[in-house]
Design a protein around this ligand. Sequence first.
Ligand code: LLP
Length: 421
Amino acid sequence: MDHFLYRDGHLMAEDVAISHIAAAVGTPFYVYSAATLTRHYRLFSEALSPLPHQVCFAIKSLSNLAVLKLLGDLGAGMDVVSGGEYLRAKAAGVPGERIVFSGVGKTRDEMKLALTGGIRQFNVESEPELRALSEVAQSLGATAPITLRVNPDVDAKTHEKIATGKKENKFGIPISRARAIYAQAASLPGLQVVGIDVHIGSQLTDLAPFEAAFTKIAELTEALRADGHTISRLDLGGGLGIPYTRSNEAPPLPFDYGALIKRTLGHLGCEIEIEPGRLISGNSGLLVSQVIYVKEGEDRTFLIVDAAMNDLVRPSMYGAHHDIIPVTEPAPATPTQDYDVVGPVCETGDTFAKARALPHLAEGDLVAFRSAGAYGAVMASEYNTRPLVPEVLVQADHFAVIRARPSFDEILARDNIPEWL
Ligand code: LLP
């Protein structure tokens, strides 16, 4: 459920008309619903209760400071994967004790930043990373709380570019070597083992791969405890998928996911951490765009809109589907026609949808790409010197621009022509 519904023929974000925001901000822009973000966060927290738990929002999916402040104020922790993301979480007021640091390539500078500023735990992904973290912690006279991310060799049955739990993927330590690497971690100074981490992929629409992974984690918890390690936290990563179409697609709900966690891991007495991104942010956001031209091709009609692959790269990068809806509600039984929906970027890959059935649209009409809150704005670029797309947050009947569109002067001023040219 989200809060983008038609009212009196107009698409609304909560109680604000999208057309009203478009008139104030210009297009294209992202718009997020505070009520939807809040609802999705709470669904996870409720699904895990009464187990002790911490929901750490994967801020790679949507990292605007206003969104992080909103979620942080509800009690969310944050999963970060870079020094920059760590600084975002802190700038949004999230305390270090609620921040977990993931990623295969943490640098020593990033480790230092997090150890100095406060961190709940590092999710360590390799032996060289263990040694580096041990050295950095010792040099600071600090102790780094760690889990080891275990690669359980489970097929997440999702798009190959976002599956992370198979042995051929770069992530985690092989589960077959986990006991030896935990022993190594325990012997290194400056590290304190607190638990186990696992994340098998993103946009999972079936609970079976989670079940396979969590079952292996339960066994590993017992084995590591028998070896003398303290395993008090289990970080289960993110990955629960969302419906990208409004047809009959019905991925499992956070409630079902929570029930699975309780069934497979609840008896271990651990604090459960999860790192959902997409399910919290994905259906909390739209990308709004305006039709520039309707162009008749040889055998098709192109809808040329003012958003492009640089603003929302998912269709071009993963062949992802995003529903596209008109901002003015079509009358019931309005006939549709097929459009290839494309942006202005000079690549054929700049195609959002092929032969998409939409009601008749004309120059100047507004359309919205649904499910664009996750991995939308954060993956945007200024390719073709198109200004970074702005972001807007709606709460009830008011909205704020939470990232402004840069001016061309600002964009050009970032470059430097050396004096010797
Ligand atoms: N934790 C870790 C360690 C992750 O690598 C990820 C996502 C998450 C949590 C959050 O997963 P989620 O709940 O959002 O599925 N750009 C791609 C998705 C990349 C996901 C990367 N890791 C897309 O647009 O589909």
